[in-house]
Design a protein around this ligand. Structure first.
Ligand SMILES: C[S@@+](CC[C@H](N)C(=O)[O-])C[C@H]1O[C@@H](n2cnc3c(N)ncnc32)[C@H](O)[C@@H]1O
Length: 264
C-alpha cells in the first residue's frame, strides 16, 4: 500500500495547501515523494486505503489533522549544532543578569539543552522556553532521552556532568539530568502565531526558515523580533540569514543579530 499511494494533481495541491496554510512549510513539486511517504505512513496508521478518504478525514478529525502536520515536519537536529551562536552568548553576555531565552522550532530539544548546559557551566541564571509545532517532538524534548549519536559533539566533561548514562536496553542512550531539564519548559507554538512584545533576551529560530517562502519568513521574523527585547540577540540557521527581509536587527556574526535599541 505504501509504495502504491498515488496522488492526483488536485489531491497533491490540497495537501500541500493544508501544510502551507497551517505551518508555512512549502511542499512544492520537488517534495512530492516526501509528502507521499509521510502521507502513506499516516494512511497505514489510520488504516485508510485511499488518499481521497484520508483528505476527507483531515477535514473532520482535529487529532489526525495535527498528526498529519506533525508528520510533514522535518525534525533533524543534534546537540551543539552550529554552536558558534551559543559560544557568542557565553562570551558577550553578563552572567550576573538573568536571561530569558526562547528556542523557537526546538524540535526534540537538543538545541535548548545545549544552550542550557553551556550557560550552567558558565554560571548564568536563565530560563529557556522551547517550542515547536510538532507534539511528538515536544514529547521527546520533555523525556530528554537521546541516542549517543546525538551527543557526539558534546565535550566529554559536559557529558559526564549533565547527562545520565542509560543502562541495559538503554545503554546506547543518555538522559539530560533533572537540574538541566527543570530550566527548559516545552510548549506547543506555531511560528505563524502572534507573539507578546519585548520579553526575550535571546531567541534562537534556526533551521526552520529554509522551509518557508519569503512571505512567511518575513511574518515570522516580524513576530519574533516583536518578542525580543531591544538589544536582544536573534539567531537563525547558518544556511538561512535574513537577506531581503525588513527588520530592526543589526548583524553581529554570521546568522546572528542584535535588535536595535532605538539609539542606533
Ligand atoms: C530542523 S528542525 C530545527 C531544530 C533546531 N532548531 C536546529 O536548528 O537544529 C525544524 C523544526 O521546525 C518545526 N516547525 C516547522 N514549522 C513550524 C511552525 N510553523 N511553527 C513551529 N515550528 C515549526 C518542525 O516541527 C521542526 O521540529
Amino acid at each position: 500500500m505504501i509504495q502504491n499511494t498515488k496522488l492526483t494533481d488536485s489531491q497533491y495541491r490540497k495537501l500541500s495547501k493544508i501544510v502551507y496554510d497551517t505551518s508555512g512549510v512549502v511542499l512544492n513539486e520537488k517534495k512530492y515523494r516526501l509528502l507521499v511517504a509521510r502521507l502513506s505512513k499516516r494512511m497505514r496508521i489510520t488504516r485508510i486505503t485511499n488518499a481521497s478518504d484520508y483528505i476527507d478525514r483531515l477535514g473532520r478529525d482535529e487529532v489526525e489533522f495535527a498528526e498529519f502536520i506533525d508528520a510533514t515536519t522535518t525534525n533533524h537536529t543534534f546537540f551543539f549544532r552550529e554552536n558558534r551562536h551559543c559560544e557568542y552568548l557565553v562570551k558577550t553576555l553578563d552572567a550576573a543578569l538573568p536571561l530569558r531565552i526562547w528556542s523557537a522550532a526546538s524540535s526534540s530539544g537538543e538545541e535548548a539543552y545545549s544552550i542550557a548546559i553551556q550557560l550552567l557551566e558558565n554560571n548564568f541564571s536563565f530560563t529557556i522556553n522551547a517550542s515547536d509545532i510538532s507534539d511528538s517532538m515536544l514529547d521527546q524534548g520533555r523525556a530528554a532521552v537521546y541516542h549517543k549519536d546525538k551527543v557526539k559533539n558534546v565535550p566529554k566533561f559536559m557529558l559526564h556532568a549533565y547527562f545520565q548514562k542509560g543502562k541495559k536496553d538503554w545503554v546506547d542512550h543518555v538522559r539530560v539530568k533533572p537540574e538541566v531539564r527543570q530550566l527548559v519548559a516545552f510548549q506547543k507554538f506555531n511560528l505563524l502565531s502572534d507573539t507578546p512584545s519585548d520579553i526575550y533576551d535571546v531567541i534562537f529560530c534556526r533551521n526552520v526558515m529554509i522551509y518557508f517562502d519569503k512571505r512567511t519568513r518575513q511574518k515570522v521574523v516580524d513576530r519574533l523580533c516583536r518578542a525580543l527585547k531591544p538589544g536582544g540577540l536573534f539567531f537563525v540557521g547558518m544556511a538561512e540569514g535574513l537577506h531581503g527581509l525588513d527588520h530592526d536587527l543589526v548583524s553581529v556574526l554570521p546568522s546572528g543579530y542584535r535588535k536595535k535599541t532605538g539609539v542606533l
